[in-house]
Design a protein around this ligand. Structure first.
Ligand SMILES: N[C@@H](CCC(=O)N[C@@H](CS)C(=O)NCC(=O)O)C(=O)O
Length: 207
C-alpha cells in the first residue's frame, strides 16, 4: 500500500488530493512540523531532504510534488488525472507544475523560511516584505498566461488544479488578495465543491 507523508496545509496536500481522486489504496502519515519531526532521524531515513511530501510505494521512495503527481496519474491512468498519453499536453501540465514548484513555492517560502537563504534577521524581514509582490506577480502570470478556465488545462480537471489549489490556499498568508485573479478564484471555489476534495480536507486537517 502507498504511504504519503504529509504535514497539514503543506504542498503535500496536492499529492493527498491526487491519491484520493485516483481511488488509490493509501495511508496518509502525518509529520508534526511543530516538533520538527521532519528533521528527526526516523523521517530523514525516508526523505533525507527533511521535507514533505514523501511517497513510499512498492517501487521505492519518491519526493518532489510534480514527480509524485505524474507518478499517481500514470499509475492510476483510468482516473484521467493528467493527459499521460499525449506528450505535448503532459509537458504543458509539467511546465505549469514546475513553475508552481520551483518559482511560486519558493517565493512563498521567503515569507517564513528565510533562514534557508540568509542568516540575519534584517534579511528575513526584507524577504518577508517582498512576498506580496513576488507571489502577486506569479499569480498575475498564472491568471493571464496559464489558467485556461474553468480548470488550468481547460475543460479537464487535472493534477495542475490540485497543485494550484494547494498553493492558492497560501495567498492569504502571503498577503495577496485572490480576488485580483478571477480565473484562479473561480477554480479555487470549484475545486472546493468536489466531494473528493472535501473528504481529503477533512482527513488532512483532522487532529
Ligand atoms: N520541492 C518540494 C518542496 C517540499 C517542501 O519544501 N515542503 C515543505 C512543506 S510545503 C517542507 O517540508 N518544509 C519543512 C521544512 O522546511 O522544515 C516539493 O515540491 O515537493
Amino acid at each position: 500500500m502507498i504511504k504519503l507523508y504529509y504535514s497539514p496545509g503543506s504542498c503535500a496536500l496536492a499529492s493527498h488530493i491526487a491519491l484520493e481522486e485516483a481511488g488509490a489504496d493509501y495511508e496518509a502519515v502525518r509529520i508534526d512540523f511543530g516538533s520538527d519531526e521532519q528533521k528527526k532521524p526516523d523521517f530523514l531515513a525516508i526523505n533525507p531532504k527533511g521535507r514533505v511530501p514523501a511517497l513510499v510505494s512498492d517501487k521505492g521512495i519518491l519526493t518532489e510534488t510534480p514527480a509524485i503527481l505524474v507518478f499517481i496519474s500514470q499509475t492510476y491512468s483510468a482516473s484521467s488525472l493528467a493527459p499521460v498519453n499525449d506528450p505535448w499536453a503532459l509537458a504543458q501540465a509539467q511546465a505549469f507544475n514546475s513553475y508552481l514548484c520551483a518559482t511560486v513555492h519558493v517565493a512563498h517560502a521567503h515569507g517564513g523560511r528565510g533562514h534557508r537563504w540568509a542568516n540575519q534577521e534584517t534579511s528575513f524581514e526584507d524577504m518577508r516584505q517582498k512576498v506580496p509582490q513576488t507571489v502577486g506577480d506569479c499569480f498575475t502570470l498564472i491568471e493571464n498566461d496559464y489558467v485556461k478556465g474553468p480548470w488550468v488545462l481547460g475543460d479537464t480537471y487535472s493534477i495542475c488544479d490540485m497543485y494550484l489549489y494547494t498553493v492558492s490556499r497560501w495567498l492569504e498568508r502571503d498577503r495577496v488578495d485572490i480576488s485580483r485573479f478571477p480565473k484562479v478564484k473561480a477554480q479555487f471555489e470549484a475545486i472546493e465543491k468536489r466531494p473528493t476534495v472535501a473528504r481529503v480536507l477533512e482527513n488532512h486537517f483532522a487532529d
